[in-house]
Design a protein around this ligand. Structure first.
Ligand code: GRF
Length: 204
């Protein structure tokens, strides 16, 4: 069994969709288990969701540490303690620094609410509305040192209607995320997709 940690900072709807699949076998039994939530915001709703699903939670606020390196070293200690092999970012509102990246190279994935490389960073849904695009979507990618720049594993498009509001686009994007992310994480844990020598590889 591969132990997985989810990192989240807010609402946690993606956290819940993944936990539902992995820890409660809503579909085929998995090789992975969500064993830990790492959260950087004590007020985040995701903490309540984790409690409901019985997932241990560690809340660590970066401002309580003297540097990002120290914060990440502490996170690393917790990951080791829980024997975590994979990291899944789900609305974690921070850049992963070198301390975690070096230790978990190729073992961190993220989901972003746009078709990258369009609209990286914060507020991607609003950025898409403001730009007037007719198609946006969802991207799952490996994490590197950049902001939403890592190798792309999967994407799905979402149509943006005329006069679409940020709220309605967010709803459509979330629906896609909750279906796509658990499936891609499952494929990854099952060894169907990996990153090597600068390329994404899929097992045939
Ligand atoms: C998602 O839209 C995800 O793409 C982005 O942050 C949002 C998190 O939503 N990275 P939730 O907290 O999972 O509901």
């Amino acid at each position: 069994m591969k132990e997985i940690a989810i990192f989240a900072s807010g609402n946690g709807s993606n956290f819940e969709s993944i936990v539902a699949k992995f820890n409660h076998h809503t579909s085929t039994p998995s090789n992975g288990s969500i064993s830990l939530l790492i959260c950087d915001k004590p007020e985040a709703y995701v903490i309540e969701r984790a409690e409901k699903w019985g997932v241990p939670t560690i809340v660590l606020q970066p401002k309580a540490f003297s540097s990002k390196t120290e914060y990440e070293q502490r996170v690393l200690e917790e990951l080791k303690h829980y024997d975590i092999h994979y990291i899944v970012l789900a609305g974690y509102m921070r850049l992963i620094g070198p301390t975690l990246l070096e230790e978990y190279k190729g073992r961190i994935v993220n989901i972003h609410p746009s078709l990258l490389p369009a609209f990286p960073g914060k507020d991607a849904i609003n950025q898409a509305i403001q730009a007037g695009v007719r198609i946006s979507g969802v991207t799952v990618h490996f994490v590197d040192e950049g902001m939403d720049t890592g190798p792309i594993i999967a994407q799905e498009a979402v149509r943006v209607e005329e006069a679409e509001s940020e709220q309605s686009l967010a709803k459509k994007i979330h629906e896609v995320e909750h279906r796509l992310y658990p499936k891609v994480v499952q494929d990854w844990i099952d060894g169907k997709v990996w990153f090597k020598e600068g390329k994404i590889k899929w097992r045939k």
